[in-house]
Design a protein around this ligand. Structure first.
Ligand code: PMP
Length: 429
């Protein structure tokens, strides 16, 4: 038995399924999750001290690399002053100011503790602001596990084959319209029919919870157009994409104006943080300024704010992003070439510092149906083959991969070499 297997067995005694978030359980790929002891730069180390090149990066946020000394020191310095006060601190103002300076269309921002809280609160705000109940989301996009949003959701829910969870009242699900991502025509039809009842549309500007699916040209533009025409609030959920396409997120990259933006883990450098913010007129409806209630004892926690500010300092250095974009594209190109050499049907998507690999004969994957049609058995074998060679990918074929500033050309080469060997094994049957 490996140490991780022993720890997993122990964990199951008092933790449901041995994990505190379902996708960690390796249910999709089979086997035992690695129990992680520490991390450094591009690497995580399991309980046996085994090193892995990490493309999960705590599900995205470790953009500057794990355990960055500048972030770690900021956290330690703040810890020495106290862990939590439940009262305002100057750090919250500093992070809010930075976010509003950076993000297009963000006049006011409220900190929360997770991406789920950010999206749930943004939706309540949009409903309160418009006085409407219906929300629009897209199949395969995941926005956290709040009731209104756990309707045909992606990520863990998809992996577990639970399109919407027991415990979500049908009455709430009735208020959620789920449309097809990258289908501008379907979107126009839905808004033509239901537009007057729609409070908001929420979308991942680059979908990262059904593998990695960038928006097709015109899709986000059409969404902006129908939201404006119908008076619905457009919420860009940048929990995953925030700071991964440059400082202004995917909305800056694609030039799409959000009414509200949700951010998550990345703004706390991997600490439990989220935020929602946007146009003043809408954000002024939030308590204590307005009547829409939202609160949090631990919101704006000083340790998380310190980690977020230190991370932003690093991201703001000129030239931070260029090598990351180049390495992400290079990894995808070289993986495709390696698969081709071995004769394995495989294609990739790369967007900013996010990427995805698909076991399919199709040249391009642009929607949920195509993702669902990919060869999951091949992915599962690939995943375990890569893991055995020291490369840690997300343990499900519906998840995006992430690049950090700590990944070097040598890491990319080692990853592609490992993939070459695994593809050869797959081709051999
Ligand atoms: N929105 C998106 C786009 C996400 O990817 C996630 C989770 N990865 C969430 C919301 C929910 O965030 P959290 O898990 O921090 O609640």
């Amino acid at each position: 038995m490996t140490t991780s297997q022993q720890l997993f067995e122990q964990a199951k005694t008092h933790i449901p399924g041995g994990v505190n978030s379902p996708v960690r359980a390796f249910k999709a790929v089979g086997g035992t999750p690695l129990f992680i002891e520490r991390s450094e730069g591009a690497y995580i180390f399991d309980a046996e001290g085994q090193r892995y090149i990490d493309y999960v990066l705590s599900w995205g946020p470790m953009l500057v690399g794990h355990n960055h000394p500048q972030v770690r020191e900021a956290v330690i310095r703040q810890c020495e002053k106290g862990l939590s006060f439940g009262a305002p601190t100057e750090l919250e103002t500093q992070l809010a100011d930075r976010l509003c300076e950076i993000m297009p269309n963000m006049d006011l921002v409220r900190m929360v503790n997770s991406g789920t809280e950010a999206t749930m609160s943004a939706i309540r705000l949009a409903r309160g602001y418009t006085g409407r109940d219906t929300i629009v989301k897209f199949e395969g996009c995941y926005h956290g596990h709040s009731d209104s949003l756990l309707v045909k959701a992606g990520s863990g829910a998809l992996t577990l084959g639970v399109p919407s969870s027991p415990g979500v009242p049908t009455a709430l699900a009735d208020h959620t319209l789920t449309l097809t991502y990258n289908d501008a025509e379907g979107l126009r039809r839905a808004f033509a029919e239901h537009g007057e009842a729609i409070a908001c549309a929420i979308v991942e500007p680059v979908a990262g919870n059904m593998n990695c699916i960038p928006p097709e040209p015109g899709f986000l533009e059409a969404l902006r157009e129908v939201c404006t025409a119908s008076g619905a609030v457009l919420i860009l959920d940048e929990v995953m994409t925030g700071f991964r396409f440059g400082l202004q997120g995917a909305q800056g990259h694609y030039g799409i104006e959000a009414d509200l933006t949700t951010l998550g883990k990345v703004i706390g450098g991997g600490m439990p943080v989220g935020a929602f913010g946007g146009k003043r007129e809408i954000m002024e409806q939030i308590a204590p300024l307005g009547p829409v209630y939202q609160a949090g004892t631990l919101s704006g926690n000083p340790i998380c704010m310190a980690a977020g500010l230190a991370t932003l300092d690093i991201l703001s250095k000129p030239g931070f992003y260029d090598p990351l974009f180049a390495r992400t594209a290079l990894l995808c190109e070289d993986m495709e070439a390696a698969a081709k050499e071995a004769g394995v049907p495989f294609t990739t998507n790369s967007a900013g510092t996010m990427f995805g690999g698909f076991f399919t004969g199709e040249p391009r994957v642009t929607n949920y149906q195509q993702v669902m049609a990919c060869d999951t058995a091949a992915f599962n074998r690939f995943f375990h083959g890569m893991l055995a060679q020291g490369v840690y990918l997300a343990p499900a074929s519906y998840e995006a991969g992430f690049m950090s500033a700590a990944h070097t050309d040598a890491d990319i080469e080692a990853t592609v070499e490992a993939a070459r060997r695994v593809f050869a094994g797959l081709a051999a049957g």
